[in-house]
Design a protein around this ligand. Sequence first.
Ligand code: NAD
Length: 417
Amino acid sequence: MPARMSALDSAMSQLATAVEQLGLDDGLHELLATPRRSMQVAVPLRRDDGTMTVLAGYRVQHNLSRGPAKGGIRFHPHTDLDEVRALAMWMTWKCALIGIPYGGAKGGVACDPRLMSRNELERVTRRYASEIMPIIGPEKDIPAPDVGTDEQTMAWMMDTYSAHKGYTVTGVVTGKPVSVGGSLGRGGATSRGVMFATFSALREAGVDHRGATVAVQGFGKVGGLAAQYLHDAGCNVLAVSDWKGGVYNGKGLNPAALLKHLKTGADTVVGYPGTDTITNEELLELDVDILVPAALEGVLHEENADRIRARFIVEGANGPTTPDADAVLESKGVVVVPDILANSGGVAVSYFEWVQDLQAYFWSEDEVNDRLKVLMESAYDQVSGLAGERSVSLRTAAQMIGVGRVADAHRTRGLYP
Ligand code: NAD
């Protein structure tokens, strides 16, 4: 079996396509492909049983030409430097695409939060935060939640950073609880954005979203609420999944009830009453109108692309589709709303949170949601306009806009010395 493309290979290949379309020179291509700063740190952890283990932590700032770096922190056993580099690069294009003044970053710790106690998670978070402290800060690099981390993780990071500084610095991270400088609307922002992106794509194709069938891979922070918002708006969510597998009901699921089931102690959706158990692979290949991959990268690849039956793929996750799968899906006429557009609602409201923290003046939830809608619909229109003009896919158009804006910033700033 040929090796599947890694996230970094996918990101590099997408960049090369955008560079070619934009006619950028080799030097600029190399600059855009190279992370500005990569940090690897040792994160020693005292386990609850008294033993010690040393975990690997990372923070990569891919590009700083348009502003401070911005991007999530992932706690996952497979996290490594190459994955973090790919995710940081996607953040750069995403921030540029939606027009917010940040460069891209990403970070993570190679660990399995499902096997750790709350106290162990707190110790890992605080030690990791203190190790990367020299390169983060509200004007330097602002982390946020990603896979395996949440608003509590951000509260611990903010507290650790503030304790070192000697005063409270709410703007050092986003995705915090509202009680410590978080923004109303941040919790559901990525998922709300996925819904806006889905509706824009359906509207453009003349398809009514009401009654449209949906499958969501990854019932976490992004996928869980995306399923709920789509359901509440009239779509019919037939299947969702998590790390353990998926559940299916041909008449439709109730995502809010499933979320409640998880909140009250279940560690998986599998086994939920009134559903059939399916595998993650089966979920991806279901005959639905809309597929929302919202777990990890590389799940739609060369080997399964031909079996995908959804008409619309809206990428809640970062990098779920490899470039070779993209080519197959495009030839089948599947509309793929790319990650840097579809899941940009999270970083958009992170930006709103940072602005509110810096001003110490907070907005209403309606104001946050309204601004998010305007920003995402405008980004979708720009991407779809360019895709039509240049006869390229939505992904290539989105990358061209993001990469083009970063290239412009480099040209305008010039090279020092
Ligand atoms: P999360 O940890 O809250 O949820 C991840 C979900 O994926 C969980 O349901 C988990 O069980 C499931 N999962 C893990 N491994 C799996 C596997 N091998 N197969 C199937 N499911 C699996 O993470 P999240 O924050 O929802 O992030 C999901 C994706 O969205 C990631 O690609 C992330 O980078 C991207 N994203 C997140 C945000 C955000 O604001 N949290 C913003 C933009 C993009």
